[in-house]
Design a protein around this ligand. Structure first.
Ligand code: TMP
Length: 215
């Protein structure tokens, strides 16, 4: 008799610029792999060939002149492809998916920050994500000024991307947007203090994974 394969778990990492979410996503993926879990580490926008092409268009700023609604549609199109051609297959194979940014970024950047109406964001979300919502979403929270300074140091000489290159006030709004989602959905979202040293942030993340998902 064939043994049933357990469906994988889906974890997303969200936060503003310089919150260290990509580093934490990598640390978590490695830790899960070390604990014997098959892991698929991925990111948005991107994560599948078509979505990576859309990423280029978005982050270069080529789509900026079309406005935030067009950008929301493009982020959603990239997400739909990523889900259909990567995430769903990985989960069905029993892999643990760790994704650097996901649907909350569209809610915050294009919705709460750039002003695309919530009803439109919800409609896009329903069409693209459907039931493929994360089991746990980490919101890496850092004061906007601190995060921005970190992002600028990291870029050193290189150009900030279209979304990094925004005013401090916008970054405050982005932070608030993520915290609002965490308040609305405490069953899914966990806020982590990202101004702590990297290793402590990683510990907080791992503790939550142990408690909530028992890997
Ligand atoms: P990154 O900083 O994680 O590489 O993400 C790239 C940028 O894309 C980041 O500044 C936030 C932005 N973004 C959105 O505006 N909406 C989205 O839905 C996603 C996934 C990212």
């Amino acid at each position: 008799m064939q043994q049933a394969i357990e469906i994988g778990r889906f974890i997303t990492m969200e936060g503003g610029e310089g919150s260290g979410k990509s580093t934490q996503a990598n640390i978590l993926a490695e830790r899960l792999a070390q604990s014997g879990r098959p892991v698929f580490a991925t990111r948005e926008p991107g994560g599948s060939p078509a979505a990576e092409d859309i990423r280029e268009v978005l982050l270069s700023g080529q789509a900026a002149s079309f406005g935030p609604l067009a950008e929301a549609v493009l982020f959603s199109a990239a997400r739909a492809d990523h889900i259909d051609n990567a995430i769903q297959g990985a989960l069905q194979k029993g892999q643990w998916v760790v994704c650097d940014r996901f649907v909350d970024s569209t809610r915050v950047y294009q919705g709460a920050t750039a002003g695309v109406p919530r009803a439109l964001i919800n409609a896009l979300e329903k069409l693209t994500v459907g039931a493929v919502m994360p089991d746990v979403t980490f919101i890496l929270d850092i004061p906007a000024e601190e995060g921005l300074a970190r992002a600028q140091t990291r870029a050193e000489g290189a150009e900030l991307d279209r979304f990094e290159n925004q005013e401090l006030m916008t970054h405050e709004r982005i932070r608030r947007g993520f915290l609002d989602i965490a308040e609305e959905e405490p069953g899914r979202c966990v806020v982590v203090d990202a101004s702590q040293p990297e290793a402590m942030v990683a510990e907080d993340v791992w503790e939550t994974v142990l408690q909530r998902l028992n890997p």
